[in-house]
Design a protein around this ligand. Structure first.
Ligand code: NAD
Length: 299
């Protein structure tokens, strides 16, 4: 049994932390949202007064936070995770964040005698509930080996992608694809709908053709076709537009540093920006399809 700190108990962190408790570990948790803390305390965790407090005495510290500014503040802020980490502790960031920030955190942790890896996840809240997330790790061989037994509690496919930041780079390639797929699925559905094609039959054909993808299955953007999709549930977010947009921005920033142009990703990003401009950044990212519905109606 290990003492583990878990910071950020949202759509992903809540179910992930549950697997650590089920695995017999002693969990100290922190989130700004008291209701999120209460849900995990009800499963057997102990509430800490701050992220830094949770890290005191912990062998592993796991975070699942919204975006790089929050990750930076929680890790590198005064009394943050790096300042409070025990020597030898492994800090594991499962948030989707910036590769360069991951490298800075790794360096800062090493200076304190602890270590940090980036371990972003893919599979969404459903994968988190099922304990079947894909986990892509950036960090040293030694830290990766130490972290694997913990990551296995909520992950199914765990891969060491390279040194610090490599996990985040890998995750950004995944979400670049998801963002572009979703924007493209919206266009395919808009064309078929305008031609009066039955959306149920369209799904059957696309999902058995070369247009198939996991995004198509989990986010088919026509209400009433698949009961589990956000489209059939008032666009309730499994992965909100705001997070998808953040990830496309991160991918574009990495490409910019590398001097690579990403025209498809830039175009997809502009579609999600339109949704944000309408005040719908909190809806699931499949709501990008509504732009075409609205445009179609307006013409
Ligand atoms: P979420 O908004 O549901 O959860 C984030 C949690 O962090 C919230 O409970 C929030 O209160 C808490 N938080 C914010 N600032 C904090 C702070 N300073 N200290 C402590 N807690 C703080 O988001 P999510 O969907 O669970 O995503 C978490 C991370 O995982 C993000 O980086 C996201 O991009 C990534 N991710 C999400 C999905 C998905 O499908 N939702 C899939 C893979 C990865």
């Amino acid at each position: 049994m290990s003492r583990i700190a878990f910071i950020g108990l949202g759509r992903m962190g809540d179910p992930m932390s549950g697997f650590l408790i089920d695995g017999g570990h002693e969990l100290a948790v922190f989130d700004l949202d008291d209701r999120a803390v209460a849900r995990v305390v009800a499963k057997g965790a102990t509430a800490a007064g701050s992220a830094g407090e949770a890290a005191v005495g912990a062998e592993f510290v796991i975070t699942s936070l919204p975006d790089p500014p929050v990750v930076e503040a929680v890790y590198l802020g005064e009394d943050g995770l790096v300042a409070k980490a025990e020597p030898g502790a492994v800090l594991i960031d499962t948030s989707t964040s910036s590769p360069s920030l991951a490298r800075r955190i790794s360096q800062a942790a090493a200076e304190r005698g602890a270590s940090a890896i980036d371990a972003p996840v893919s599979g969404g809240p459903m994968g988190a509930e099922a304990g079947t997330l894909a986990v892509m790790v950036g960090g040293s061989d030694v830290d990766y080996e130490k972290a694997v037994p913990v990551l296995e509690l909520f992950g199914k496919t765990i891969r060491h992608m390279g040194g610090p930041g490599a996990g985040q780079v890998t995750k950004l390639t995944n979400n670049l694809l998801a963002g572009c797929y979703m924007a493209s699925i919206s266009e395919a559905v808009a064309v078929a709908s305008r031609e009066g094609i039955d959306p149920n039959k369209l799904f059957e054909v696309l999902s058995n053709g070369t247009g198939n993808s996991r995004v198509l299955h989990t986010r088919y953007p026509v209400p009433g076709v698949l009961p589990e999709t956000p489209a059939s549930n008032d666009w309730k977010p499994l992965f909100p537009v705001d997070l998808a947009a953040k990830d496309l921005d991160l991918a574009l920033a990495v490409a910019d540093e590398l001097g690579i142009d990403l025209p498809m990703t830039s175009t997809a990003r502009s579609r999600y920006r339109l949704v944000q401009d309408q005040g719908d950044g909190g809806l699931d990212y499949s709501a990008v399809a509504r732009l075409l519905g609205q445009e179609a109606k307006a013409s």
